[in-house]
Design a protein around this ligand. Sequence first.
Ligand SMILES: [Zn+2]
Length: 297
Amino acid sequence: MARYELKKGKGKTWYIESPVNIGVFEGEKGIILIDSGNDKEAGREIRKVLDRKGWALSLIINTHSNGDHIGGNAYFNHITGCSVAVPCLEAEYTKKPILEPAFLWGGYPFKKIRNKFLMAKASEVDFIIENTGPIMDTPLEAFPLPGHFMNMIGIRTPDDVVFLADTLFGEDILSKYRMVFLYDIEGYLRTLDMLSGLEADLYVPSHASPREDIQTLIEANRRNTLDVAETIIRESREPVDTEELLKNVCDRFGIQLDYNQYVLLMSTLKSYLTYLNDRGNMVPEIRENRLLWQAAE
Ligand SMILES: [Zn+2]
């Protein structure tokens, strides 16, 4: 994939192809960015793209607070004085990035997971926005995308381009990673159903190439999610704790864990267990001071 190349979406809507696709909208008061990239370096590359067009940045809207989406905020805020708008809950993580590794670990995060990937540079948040309806005085509209994180939003521009944040991963990512990070499995599956009926001229996922038809991609992501759920059930015929279950599921998928992946996928596994427990497929039991999970008969 070309890195940091400005591509025309439609009308006043553009995007920058990069490790995380960045939305660019020519607003009346200046350029609006949708997400800001991984870090300062990404911010610099994005800024070069804007400079080449002679564009002045006025506002960053973050779809959610993961490091690869807010990492450039502090840089832009410092250099351009632009404002930052973030949906509630996500705003707390943006202002206090230690919340992300703390949430993933479930305690004060150890050093190996206090890194740039899980903990972006803290950013000011000027506006806390609703997850639905018009975004402040811009012509952009937010809509809720439950599933991936606490309160992630999608954004529709008046050109009928929709930015879909981390709802749809490319087939290459799905086959490489198998388990992608999810916070709320039930919410995620509902989001996929909603996306099937979402009309737009162009769809821009953060981690897949933009396209005019997303049905195949929705199906691939749904199939992958259900496949992970079934694998968890299959690996829990005997009572098993989460450490062993995570290992067995990762072995099955050929996943090699590092520290970041460990906390991301352990958290995701627990979200799947909640989903399967709510559906009556999986039962917890405390036995001899261990929490064990077993597939229901
Ligand atoms: Zn992302």
